[in-house]
Ligand binder design. Structure first.
Ligand code: PGA
Length: 258
């Protein structure tokens, strides 16, 4: 199976989200082998997008979450509130939240633990900055992010987890990581996560790549067996681009089925 996650970020309002959700679903129409599709609209559009994707097989996710159930946390959204509007997947630790909103590893860890507790599926983002990449220290940084995010976490057999390798320098820049960099990092992420969370976890995790994925390059990433899917930002709000990414995933699945 291959997964495509559409991270719409803060790029679309409610009406645009509804139209985009319809367009996104159309990209799957008439296909024999379809990828798993996870849509992450802005919070305010979740309820409306839920109506559009109902019974389509597409999955509804949120771009962020808070780690407490309820209380005096002005402006925050709890996991229970997300569940109320049909959300099953939650993006945690996106680099824009780490960098712009100063989210720390400790906060990310609290979110991961809380989301697991409620039975939601986290999509954890990890990835190094350009400076770290140039210094050849990418794995050190990703290792530290994984260890911190999963501190005190114990997965139950029913838990599912996605980890998105998203190098900060590749996000929104048009400059994606190379296939060999991605494959090497995915192998590393899998083995380290297994070390941290235990042997059994391999069947419960999926490792995805994100960072300037578009209609042109998606096939090259998706055809790698180490790449379970892609996390798409900019190209997920451009239907023509997104259609090509879906097409790439379908071709890979088709090829695998013969
Ligand atoms: P991008 O964003 O596809 O625009 O590079 C990816 C992401 O931020 O998740």
């Amino acid at each position: 199976m291959k997964t495509i996650i559409a991270n719409w970020k803060m790029n679309v309002g409610v009406r645009e989200s509804v139209a985009l959700a319809r367009g996104t679903l159309l990209t799957l129409r008439g296909r024999k082998h379809i990828p798993e599709l996870v849509i992450l609209p802005p919070f305010v559009a979740l309820s409306e997008v839920r109506k559009v994707v109902a019974r389509s097989g597409a999955i509804l996710g949120a771009q962020n979450v808070f780690w407490e159930d309820a209380g005096a946390y002005t402006g925050e959204i709890s996991a229970r509130m997300l569940q109320e509007v049909g959300v099953t997947h939650v993006l945690i630790g996106h680099s824009e939240r780490r960098q712009v909103l100063h989210e720390t590893d400790e906060m990310i860890n609290k979110k991961i633990l809380h989301v697991f507790e409620l039975g939601l599926k986290p999509i954890l983002c990890v990835g190094e900055t350009a400076q770290v990449h140039q210094a050849g220290k990418s794995k050190d940084v990703v290792a530290q992010q994984l260890k911190a995010a999963f501190s005190s976490a114990h997965l139950r057999p029913s838990d599912r987890l996605s980890i998105a390798y998203e190098p900060v320098w590749a996000i929104g820049t048009g400059q994606s990581a190379t296939v060999s960099e991605i494959v090497e990092m995915h192998v590393f992420i899998r083995s380290l996560t297994q070390e941290i969370l235990g042997e059994r976890v391999l069947s419960q995790i999926r490792v995805l790549y994100g960072g300037s994925v578009d209609g042109e390059n998606a096939y090259r990433f998706l055809r790698e067996k180490e790449v379970d899917g892609v996390l798409v930002g900019g190209a997920s709000v451009k239907i023509n681009q997104f259609k090509d990414i879906v097409q790439a995933a379908c071709e890979v699945l088709e090829a695998q089925s013969v």
